[in-house]
Design a protein around this ligand. Sequence first.
Ligand code: AMP
Length: 190
Amino acid sequence: MVDVAKRIVLLGAPGSGKGTQAALLAEALEILAISTGEMLRAAVAAGSELGEQVESILNSGDLVDDATMADVVSERLARADAQRGFVLDGYPRTVAQFDTLAAMLGEAGYSLDAVVQVEVPETELVRRALARQRADDTKEVIMKRLRIYEENTAPLVDLYRERGLLRTIDGDQSIGAVAAAIQASLEEAA
Ligand code: AMP
């Protein structure tokens, strides 16, 4: 693949497939995929201090507080394997988290290269989330997550657009077609 953006955020509602796409994109670009949801679930599974702190929040579908997330992400981005670039999945989820990320990258002399929004109709999001049925995926929690996404994370879209970072992809296609569209959108911008 030609030289493309290396510090990328994947944005999408719960069930949009952004986790799958983040992993595929990171593999294609030979950079790291960082999923904050996976990191938090791993912390819960490991019974770490962080895990104990966030377990009930994860189960309820609420967001973990911005300060805790800043610690989690800054620690991860500081590691050697993140220096070549990364695809962030699940962060930032609030405007405050975006400001934190921009500051973290700025301190290291970097900036965000691109934001890819994976768009999927809500009926399809609910269908997929129910089909996935993780322990924390009850219908009530799924609907709550979608509402929280609309309230907290959707406003980031305007901010990304204003900064010229946003590419929007139709996520209601096969995994391979979405992956190809994401890569094409990044090449166009490179
Ligand atoms: P995800 O797998 O990205 O849907 O994340 C699962 C859960 O982890 C979310 O419902 C939140 O409780 C928590 N979480 C993950 N990333 C963040 C974040 N950036 N800010 C706050 N909470 C988060």
